[in-house]
Design a protein around this ligand. Structure first.
Ligand SMILES: [Cu+2]
Length: 508
């Protein structure tokens, strides 16, 4: 990788290529041993084609800003795979920093490969929503919806964006003024989609903060309470009319991570009980951390349990490792959840809330049970296509609940679990209980084409996930004129150029 990718976003594309997008400017003051790359990363698009070779040079990362880049600089933007297998790149700031403001805001979306939407011809498309949601609007929470539109939450607002027509449908505000995006960081998920409820989408947002986002850092404290609120909204006309359903987590959290499990439950981990994201900005910093009172016990949330009985920490281990700013958690193919990170510091630090290198593996209760198995590779699955796979199931009764979960494990950063997705597939077990015939998702709206992981879940116990390619495996369509227009009319490394010309103070 040639440029500074610290705090980038990313996604797999429809053909299985991973892109890593944006990041930081060149860091000029070397504060410690760490180094960050010599090129401005704000407009970078880096590509990696995963490969099985033993030689790392065979699957090197490709980066050449003269040929492949964004039209505009973006720090803390969200990258989302959409229904045609391309990537939507949402919002961000035009330079590194902390809380966003009107002079640094990049209130636009652009695409990779570039598109011509509303005569944009490869250039960024303006989104009024990202102006109206200043200041706390970085790393928007976004999910591709089963009708091909995109849900976006930023600050204490939400909308549905039709990217094909460039139209916004504003949704009711998040109740009680809770802000959910950086630096008042909450987290969000699209709850599992299933054929039995006609893939009706429902959004879950948890944690964040009600601190006034127009206050300067010196009026905010690391001891200001975070929000315990989770808010759910069903995204059809009835659901939107009914509004957000509010419930309370057992503990308040800013910077939580919400991880979808193949069982349909949500694991909530990480984060702090007080303060906000970032470092070195607020009163009563702990070391450099803007947040304090780490929350150390994970909680399981069962979206389909009756209201009031959805949260439980029964049997959950309590960690002694604070996971604050720059922490992550993700489901892995084994079924365990990998928990890592935390660095609320300018650089590597050994002060309190120092740089955390330890990784933890959380085993949900199903890990200790007899597990089903998928016994051979899973072939690629096309839209509504039937595929038969061999399975080894533990003793299953007549009434066994057998489900097949197609999952995107997402691209996790800064509590944003972009691309996280669970789609239950129709599955039919053979008479001899050794074959499962599954039907692929109906189209790329329900599951944007690209790689996924398939888990067979029997009575709430999932198999190990097997990798599967969904869709036709082809590269997303490329609009050559839009790409050429982007390369011709925009400069490489606009932020660095603005700094040299004195148009920018260069502060980070
Ligand atoms: Cu960051």
């Amino acid at each position: 990788m040639r440029s500074n990718s610290f705090c980038a976003g990313g996604t797999f594309l429809g053909n299985g290529t991973l892109i890593n997008v944006g990041g930081n400017p060149v860091v000029e003051d070397h504060t410690a041993a760490a180094d960050f790359g010599d090129l401005d990363g704000l407009q970078a698009i880096r590509m990696l084609e995963p490969c099985d070779s033993e030689d790392v040079d065979d699957c090197d990362m490709y980066e050449d800003h003269a040929r492949i880049r964004m039209a505009s600089p973006r720090w803390y933007s969200t990258v989302l795979r959409i229904s045609d297998g391309s990537a939507m790149i949402i919002g961000g700031s035009t330079k590194g920093g902390w809380i966003n403001n009107a002079t640094t805001n990049n209130p636009t979306v652009e695409y990779f490969p570039p598109k011509n939407i509303d005569d944009s011809n490869g250039l960024p498309v303006h989104l009024p929503f990202l102006v109206d949601t200043l200041n706390s609007n970085l790393f928007p929470i976004a999910f591709s919806l089963p009708d091909g539109t995109v849900f976006i939450a930023a600050n204490s607002d939400a909308m549905i964006y039709n990217w094909r027509t460039n139209t916004e449908r504003r949704l009711p505000g998040i109740p009680n003024g809770v802000r959910v995006t950086y630096p008042m960081t909450g987290t969000g998920l699209l709850l599992p989609l299933s054929p039995s409820n006609k893939y009706t989408p429902e959004i879950l947002l948890c944690g964040g903060s009600t601190i006034d986002d127009t206050k300067p850092g010196y009026e905010i404290s690391s001891q200001d309470p975070a929000s315990a609120q989770c808010s759910r909204l069903v995204l059809d006309d009835n659901g939107i009319a009914a509004g957000w359903q509010v419930e309370q987590m057992p503990q308040a959290r800013t910077m939580p991570d919400a991880v979808l499990l193949p069982t349909g439950e949500v694991l909530i981990v990480n984060g702090a009980g007080t303060g906000i994201s970032g470092y070195g900005n607020v009163l009563n910093q702990v070391g450099e951390s803007n947040a304090d009172n780490p929350v150390l016990t994970p909680v399981l949330y069962n979206p389909s349990a009756p209201s009031g009985q959805r949260f439980s920490s029964d049997g959950m281990p309590t960690s002694d490792i604070p996971r604050l700013y720059h922490s992550v958690a993700t489901l892995t193919p084994s079924g365990k959840v990998m928990i890592a990170g935390s660095n609320p510091n300018l650089d590597r630090s050994e002060l309190k809330y120092g740089t955390e290198y330890r990784v933890e593996w959380l085993s949900p209760p199903y890990m200790s049970k007899a597990r089903p198995q998928i016994s051979e590779e899973v072939p690629p699955i096309g839209w509504s296509e039937q595929v038969t796979i061999s399975v080894t199931l533990p003793l299953v009764g007549k009434r066994a609940d057998i489900r097949v979960a197609l999952m995107d494990l997402g691209y996790v950063t800064h509590a944003v679990h972009a691309n996280s997705r669970l789609v239950y597939l129709t599955a039919l077990l053979s008479e001899d209980k050794q074959k499962l015939t599954i039907t692929g998702p109906p189209n790329g709206n329900v599951y944007p084409p690209g790689p996924g992981w398939l888990y067979v879940v029997v009575d709430g116990v999932p198999s190990v996930g097997l990798k599967v390619m969904v869709g036709n495996g082809k590269s997303p369509a490329r609009d050559e004129a839009a790409l050429q227009n982007l390369l011709k009319t925009t400069d490489v490394d606009q932020y660095e150029e603005a700094k040299t010309n004195g148009k920018n103070d260069g502060a980070e």
